[in-house]
Every structure is written in structure tokens, then in C-alpha cells.
Design a protein around this ligand. Sequence first.
Ligand code: AQP
Length: 340
Amino acid sequence: MTDKTFAPRIFSGIKPSGGLTLGNYLGAIKRWVAMQDTGGFETTIFCVVDLHAITVWQDPAELGSATREVAAGMLASGIDPSRSILFNQSRVHQHAELAWLFNCVARMGWMNRMTQFKEKAGKNAEKQSLGLYAYPSLMAADILLYHATHVPVGEDQKQHVELTRDIAAKFNHDYGTEFFPLTEPVIEGPAMRVMNLRDGTKKMSKSGESDMERINMTDDADTISKKLKKARTDPEPLPSELAGLKDRPEARNLVDIYAALSDQSPEAVIGEYAGAGWGTFKPALAELAVEKMAPIATEMRRLMDDPAEIDRTLAHGAEQAREIAAPILNRTAEIMGFVR
Ligand code: AQP
């Protein structure tokens, strides 16, 4: 293994902390499929990050089914296990081991700046798990364990990928090596932050309180249509320029969702619907969302009917992941001076 040249390689993951949402699909999975198919990457690695899920309480009876559901969502959307490595994180123990090494590289001050921890912990920081606080260090391990050069993520994860670069740079500097790459976040496209359908200032999340605030990837056609038609908006029609959506977060969100689903820019969507009222735009959006998402939901349900097959796919992916991860962890330990 040379220490300086890094083949273009992608790593990204989703935590099984609930069912997948349209945010996960547009902000992550849809883009991963495109990168797998036409991105020109040497290796594409996608992970169900179950160790991240337990940073907040997960019912053991549900963690397994959520893990399989996330895997089914990736497979149904076009992640192909013969071309990408797909596995669940806890099966590859090197993630946790490298995370510990990185806990000793990362600085408290860096962790204290992480906005996701502040948002998730709220006023109850003292009662959160140590794991939630250390989450970004495990995420850095996930990425650097494979020498991933690019990480496609939504806007919410940008700060964590920057921290991954800080950890790699400090490790390289402290140990006088160039062993770890400085990974680039890939944040592009109109749906890098899909918002809650009831409150356009909040992110659409798996664990949000009301089911009406998100589209689940398992929702059927009627449910998708109903949720989009009931999505909160304002009384104004769509403007003729994108700038007219400033300070209209719910309207902007629906335009961005339309753009991402139809592979257009938000400007092109505004060009087509300038002056349209919600009575025109919402049914058009609902029809488009049903056309794109309902077949994925049907395929997800088919895959989830055969959990043993999903488990075989994840086990095979874990074997492939370990082949890359084990030598990188061993070399890291060697650089740090461990007797192995
Ligand atoms: N609303 C979103 N818009 C765009 N991208 C999103 N992602 C998540 N929500 C949106 C992207 O999906 C990938 C996996 O994220 P994750 O599920 O592992 O973590 P998260 O961002 O914390 O997701 P949730 O839904 O908010 O989970 P909970 O509610 O359990 O905390 C990432 O690339 C993320 O950017």
C-alpha cells in the first residue's frame, strides 16, 4: 500500500434510527446510485451505520428491522451489490477500533463546535450518551478506514466531513506521514436539505414527531399524494424568479423537491410554473413524487418480505469491506507504535 496516492473511492452511510425519508433519498441514496453508475469511482461503499443509530436509544426488537429496511431502500433505489459494497457497520469491528484511535487524535474543542450535537442534545446535553458526543469521531473512522476520497452527504453532514479532514490532517502531521487522505464532501444538487412538510425551517427527519411532516420511502401512492397536498404553504402563487422564494421556506422546499425528483434545476421549475397557484403546483408535484417513489416503495416491500436474503447481501458486503479495512487499521496501529 502506498501512502500517498489514493484511488477515487466513495464511502457514505445512513443510520437505521427509523424508516427512510424522502430527505435520505434525495440528499443521499439517489445521488449514490448516480455515482455508482456513472461517477467513475474505483470503489463505492455504502453502509447501514447501526453503531451510529445507538447513540440514541434504539429498541433492540426494532434495530434489526430498521437495519434491513435501510438496506432494502438502498437496493430498491438501485444500489447494486455486484458493483458496490453494501453492509452494516457493526459487522466490521475495525470501525469501532479506529474510532477509539481517532478519539485520541480529535480535540475536545473541535467536538464542542459540532452543531448537530447541539441541535440533538438541546438543553439536555448532560443526559446524552457519550456516543452522541463522539459520533463525529466514529464517522471519521467510517470514512478513513477505507481511505475514501469523496463522501456524498446532505448539507447537515458537511461539518462532520470537515472534522474528518481535521482528524486526518492532525494524524498525518503528528505521526509524520501522509497515510490518510483529506476527504472531500460532495454536496451538490437542489435537495441537499429537504425540509419538514409542516415547518419549512426544520429538516425532514426520520425521527420527527408527526408522520405528516415527512414522506417515508415506504409510503404508498395515496399517502405520498395526501401528504404533499396537505403540505404547509403560503397564500402567494409561485414567482417568476427563484429570488422571489426568499423568506418562503415551505414554498422553496416544494420547488426544490420537484427539481430533485425531475432532475432539473429549481430555476427551470420556476420557469415552468411561474405564476401558478398551489392548486396547480401541488397536484403536479404529487403526481411526480408518486411516479418516482411508489415503485421504489413496492420494491422495498418485496425485498423486506425476504429478510434472510437481505442478511446474506449484508454479510457478503461485510466480507468485502473487511478486506479493505483490516490492512488500513493494521497499518494505522503500526504507525502509532502498537505491538501487534
Ligand atoms: N432532510 C434531509 N435532506 C437532505 N439530506 C438528508 N439526509 C438526511 N436527512 C436529509 C442525508 O441522509 C444521509 C443519512 O443521514 P442519517 O439518516 O444517517 O442521519 P441524519 O441526517 O441525522 O438523518 P435523520 O433523518 O435526521 O435521522 P434522525 O431523525 O434519526 O436523527 C446523510 O447524508 C444526510 O445528510
